[in-house]
Design a protein around this ligand. Structure first.
Ligand SMILES: [Zn+2]
Length: 405
């Protein structure tokens, strides 16, 4: 079986119990029996490929394939999922790394650097609403266990203890950086760009800078029957105009802007809405472009509200800087892609990934794999075996190029 076919088959097998906590539909959350089952099976595969295997203090499974030199190439992604997930988000990257090491081991090929395959237990934050715990612990940016609870009221520390992990040991998960060459994360694109370009794989330039805003609009609630249109201060109509303006700003700037949540008060059919709050999610390749988009939206919002007698308040809920993939590694990946007969194509990632957290530790690189219609976080997530095989061949070529340096 090819590396690609094997990786796809393994992801598919992990869609069901015991690798899913749900009887129907894939759900593999952090520190659950399904997570344990995945770790156990992965450990067996890693050991069979001659890797030394350990579980770090954050529950990240690490398999090490020794090289002839002292440096280490890290490869990995996450094996946790959202609820009713697809088979490939995260998991495929780990299976690809494993498959490449198996191919090296089968040939007895040792590279001038060691390879460590990392299977992070938490990226999605689907159990504790705090994402990337595994990669943050590895990067040394998560000093202690946060006091957070799952839906059943179990604390993260309790869940860790129940899994055989010692929460006080979390700082020990921080990876020493002196011997690390690079972190490579293969991942499905989760977007439709590669499909539109008719390409199996793409080289990621970086992960988008993101801002989340909370917008509050205060108008005047009033009787829907007796208040004439020109005397209204309708907060929801103002929000609607602002949303369309955001769409236009994003289209013009070539960025993405989304209003995903909105609440209107009092929220009944016969009252002019007096108060509205809505979310704004803005993402762009760089902080400067994102901030320019945010400023423009702020100005337009004030203009709309001024005209409509509405008071607007904008609050920044979260602001994440862009993460840039290593330029030299991008070039090397492009060479590897070209040797596999694919035109090198660069694209930014709109979604957050473990690589973002690992960037605090070492240079990072990402290889995207085309997925059907860009569908993700959905059981309909689909990849073609041929594309996954291309990704595997790109990775093997990348190792050799790296070895030649
Ligand atoms: Zn993912």
């Amino acid at each position: 079986m090819s590396i690609g076919a094997q990786a796809v088959a393994r992801c598919q097998a992990w869609r069901h119990p015991p690798f899913s906590d749900a009887p129907d539909g894939l759900s593999r959350r952090y520190l659950t029996p399904a997570h344990r089952a995945a770790i156990t099976e992965m450990t067996g595969w890693m050991e069979a490929a001659g890797m030394a295997v350990r579980l770090d203090a954050a529950g990240t499974l690490i398999g090490r394939y020794e090289g002839t030199g002292s440096k280490t190439l890290l490869i990995g992604s996450h094996i946790d999922t959202v609820g009713d997930a697809g088979a490939y988000d995260g998991t495929l990257g780990v299976m690809l790394g494993l498959g490449c090491v198996e191919a090296l081991a089968a040939k007895g090929r040792r590279l001038p650097f060691a390879i460590e395959i990392l299977a992070f237990g938490d990226e999605e934050g689907s159990r504790f609403h705090s994402s990337m715990l595994g990669s943050r612990a590895l990067a040394g940016t998560l000093a202690s266990v946060p006091e957070i609870f799952d839906a059943a009221g179990v604390s993260l520390a309790e869940a860790m203890r129940g899994f055989g992990l010692d929460p006080t040991q979390l700082p020990l998960a921080a990876r020493a950086r002196d011997d690390v060459l690079l972190f490579l994360e293969p991942h499905i694109e989760q977007g439709p760009v590669l499909e539109a370009e008719n390409l199996a794989v793409g080289i990621v330039t970086g992960i988008a800078a993101q801002t989340r805003l909370k917008v509050g609009l205060q108008g005047m609630a009033n009787h829907a029957g007796t208040t004439p249109m020109h005397l209204r201060r309708d907060a929801l109509a103002a929000a609607a105009e602002a949303m369309l303006a955001l769409e236009e700003i994003a289209l013009e700037a070539g960025i993405v802007g989304t209003v995903g949540a909105i609440e209107a008060f009092p929220g009944v059919s016969n009252v002019v809405p007096g108060r509205v709050s809505f979310s704004v999610d803005l993402r762009a390749p760089t902080e400067a472009v994102r901030d320019a988009g945010g400023e423009q939206f702020g100005k337009v919002l004030q203009e709309i509200c001024g005209r409509r007698g509405i008071v607007a308040e904008v609050q920044t809920v979260q602001s994440l800087d862009a993460c840039y993939c290593d330029a030299a590694a991008q070039k090397l990946l492009a060479q590897a892609v070209a040797t596999c007969g694919v035109a090198p194509f660069y694209l930014p990632s709109g979604a957050g990934h473990d690589a973002m957290s690992v960037a605090a530790l070492c240079p990072v690189a990402m290889l995207f794999i085309r997925c059907l219609k860009g569908i993700s976080h959905n059981p309909a997530e689909h990849v073609e075996v041929q594309d996954v095989e291309t990704a595997a061949q790109v990775m093997l070529a990348f190792f050799e190029l790296l070895a030649g340096q």
